[in-house]
Structure formats: C-alpha cells, structure tokens
Design a binder for this molecule. Structure first.
Ligand code: UT7
Length: 381
C-alpha cells in the first residue's frame, strides 16, 4: 500500500476510535433535548478514573502582536471611553495583527516557546491541533504551523469552537494520548478577531484582541500523575443567534449555468447581555461537572482560569464557586478577548511568572460562540 494511503487509513481508524470511545455525537443544531447520560470519564475501562486522562502538560508558550492599542485610542473610532470599557469589561488594551503579520506567525512562535519549555523536539510531535475561528487559510493553519516549527511527522488539523476551542482542543488531544494512539501533542489556541469585527460597532470592537498560545502534552507513563483530572463539554446551536460570524457571500451568476456566491463574512454580531447570562450560568455548572468527574471539590483547586472575556464574568463565576479572586488567573486587561487564544495566553503568563507551579490544579473553562462551553481540571507539569 502507498505510504499516503496507509497514513490516511491510520488517521481514519483513529478518528473512528475517538468518536466511539469518547462518546461524541452529533445533535440537531437547535436541539433542546436533554443530554445523554454519560460520565466524562467513560472512555476509560477503569471506571474509577472518572475522567482522568493519562497525559502530562509539559510546556506552554504564547505570542501577541506588537501593536498595542489602549482603550483611549478607540475613542477616535467609536463613541466610547476608557472608563466605560474598563468598568464594564476590565479591558485596558488589546494587541492587533498588522497587515503583514499572519495568525500562523503568532502560533508558530507560541509553539516554539512551548516546545522549548517542555524540552520536546519538534520532530517528536505526533499531533498538532490548532483551535481557531480566524485562520490565515480557511482550509486550516495547523499543517502550516506544524511545518514551520519542524513537526513534519505530525498529523495536524484545525478545530473550530470559537472561544471554547482551546479547551475543546486540550480535551480532544488528550483522548488520543490517553488511548495510546499518539505520544506527544501540541494544542494551539489562536485567533485574530480584529479581522472580523465591525470597527464602527462599539458593542463589539472594544472587546477583542489578537493572540495565540500553545501547550505541549505527552502521554503520561504508568504511575505518573495525570494532567487532565476531569472534563466536560457542551454545545447548544440554539444560541447561535446570540453570537455569530456568518457567511454572507455575494451572489454571482455563472452565465446560464448556475448561481453561486463569492466568499465574504458578515462581521461579528453579539447579543452581549444574553452571552453574559449564558456565561455566568453555564460556566459555574460546567466547572462543577468537571470537578465531580475528577472527584475533587473547589478546595482542591489552586487556580481558576476562564476564557478571558469580561472580568465581571470571572468575578461572578468565582463568587458562585466560592473561589477567592486571588486564585483567578487573568491578563484580560492587557490583551482583551483573544477568543481561542485567551486561556493559553493567560496560562503562559502565570506559568512563566512562577505563579502556577508543577503539580498545581487549575480549574479551566472556555465558553463562547456555538454556543459552546467546556471545562477541564488540569494538573500542571
Ligand atoms: O468571547 C465570547 C464571549 N463574549 C462574552 O462573554 C461577552 C459577554 N457580554 C459582556 O461582556 C457584556 O454584555 C458587554 C461588555 C458586551 C456589554 O456590557 P453590558 O453591561 O451588558 O452593557 P450593555 O450592552 O447593556 O450596554 C449598556 C449601555 C448601552 O447604552 P444604553 O442603551 O443604556 O444607552 C450601550 O449602548 O452601554 C452602551 N455601550 C457602550 N457605551 C460606551 C455599549 N458599548 C459601549 C461602548 N462604549 N463600547
């Protein structure tokens, strides 16, 4: 068999094994059907593991564009103020990609730093997952990033789950490592939503920034402490109307043959109040679900790390969980909402500052468009 066919078959077999073992299922987008009963840890033959995945999180890196735009500068664009943005969101600045920069450049830089911190050679990476909704190439950026860092033996693909993407990527990659299919994975969260906001809409343009982060994961050896202690993921397409970036191509007649469209997207539209309600309701729940799957309580949590969207969301979630704010990791003030990039950007800072240490337990939650939301209880190092 040609090597390429063999490789394709191997990937197909792995995807099939993932879909059956992880219990993933497709639901009608507007379904309100109750969730199928399942434990997050059901992939393990050993039910006592209850969500534990035998992986280790070994290294992290992140990158943001140099161009830094403080709130005050946005006053030139829309009817807003530094005071409004800071008070309502906790954001002070954001970093924006320049026209000559690519999202893949940020991702490449983040992966290189993560590999260096992990002490892992790029050639040893088996799997690269890039979570993004704003790639340089709609066909996917992961393979290009893998090539740029020298991970030429890896299978690489993009994953789209908006601001939940990084978390979903960690949970997805961890399945492949846990079930023994792969040894080493890199999960990237990267977005450049500056490309897709309407810069004349003050409801959204003040919120977003660009950035990327990456984590290196490896299958844990027998007896080594697990790095994913429990997890949970949800989505509900009925909430799509509250946050979207829809395709809106221009109509084009192909002579008398057919009418097609030429690609174009409508800028991000968000019902901020609904998304706020969704986040403050669903995020505490999904964190509790993952803690339960991990057989842990909030007392076991060293750090709470949420998607960096709004400091008031983080405060409300922390309060509901009775976790003090000094355990909440945030760098929202500096980067704004970087979508799939936000969790690894904040984690990178906390690890490199020495705040998050080897063995620390991080309760992590992503949420956003889809609507989608998920959590993972991670042990660093
Ligand atoms: O990553 C995806 C997840 N996204 C989120 O988690 C976002 C969740 N939502 C939020 O964070 C908040 O809803 C926002 C920060 C987006 C908005 O805060 P809010 O407290 O819900 O404000 P609002 O939308 O109710 O607007 C209050 C007022 C309105 O004026 P009126 O109608 O009361 O006169 C808005 O027009 O503030 C006005 N406003 C602004 N004023 C100055 C909205 N945006 C701005 C602005 N500057 N940039």
């Amino acid at each position: 068999m040609a090597p390429s066919s063999a490789r394709a078959l191997r990937i197909l077999a792995l995807l099939l094994s993932l879909s059956s073992s992880a219990g993933f299922h497709l639901a009608a987008p507007s379904s309100h059907a109750p969730r199928r009963e399942r434990r997050a840890g059901s992939i393990s033959a050993d039910a006592s593991k209850r969500g534990e995945l035998q992986v280790r999180l070994l290294g992290i890196g992140a990158a943001a564009p140099e161009k830094r735009v403080p709130n005050s500068e946005l006053e030139e664009l829309v009817d807003t103020s530094d005071e409004w943005i800071a008070q309502r969101t906790g954001i002070s600045c954001r970093h924006l990609l320049a026209p000559e920069e690519g999202l893949s450049d940020l991702a490449t830089s983040a992966v290189k730093d993560a590999l260096e911190q992990a002490g892992v050679e790029a050639a040893d990476v088996d799997l690269v997952i890039m979570a993004t909704s704003s790639p340089d190439d709609l066909f996917g950026d992961a393979a290009g990033v893998a090539r740029s860092v020298g991970a030429t033996g890896a299978v690489a693909f993009d994953l789209t789950a908006a601001c939940s993407g990084f978390l979903f990527g960690i949970n997805t990659a961890s399945q492949f490592l846990h079930n023994g299919a792969y040894e080493t994975a890199v999960v990237i969260g990267a977005d450049a939503l500056s490309r897709w906001v309407d810069w004349s809409d003050r409801n959204t343009c003040v919120l977003f920034g660009d950035g990327a982060g990456a984590v290196v994961l490896q299958r844990a050896a027998e007896g080594e402490a697990a790095g994913v202690l429990g997890f949970e993921m949800h989505s509900n397409g009925a909430g799509r109307e509250d946050l979207n970036l829809p395709y809106d191509g221009d109509t084009r007649e192909l002579a008398s043959i057919a009418t097609v469209t030429t690609g174009k997207y409508t800028p991000i539209a968000m019902n901020g109040k609904e998304v706020y309600k969704f986040a403050t309701t669903c995020v505490p729940k999904v964190l509790n679900e993952a803690l339960e799957n991990a057989e842990l309580t909030v007392d076991d949590v060293d750090w709470l790390l949420m998607h960096q969207a709004n400091i008031r969301i983080m405060e409300t979630v922390a309060k509901k969980l009775k976790i003090p704010m000094d355990k909440v990791l945030t760098n929202l003030a500096e980067y704004g909402n970087t979508s799939a990039g936000s969790i690894p950007l904040a984690l990178n800072e906390a690890v490199r500052e020495g705040k998050v240490k080897k063995g620390d337990v991080i309760a992590c939650a992503g949420f956003g468009a889809g609507l989608s939301w998920g959590s993972a209880i991670l042990r660093w190092g």
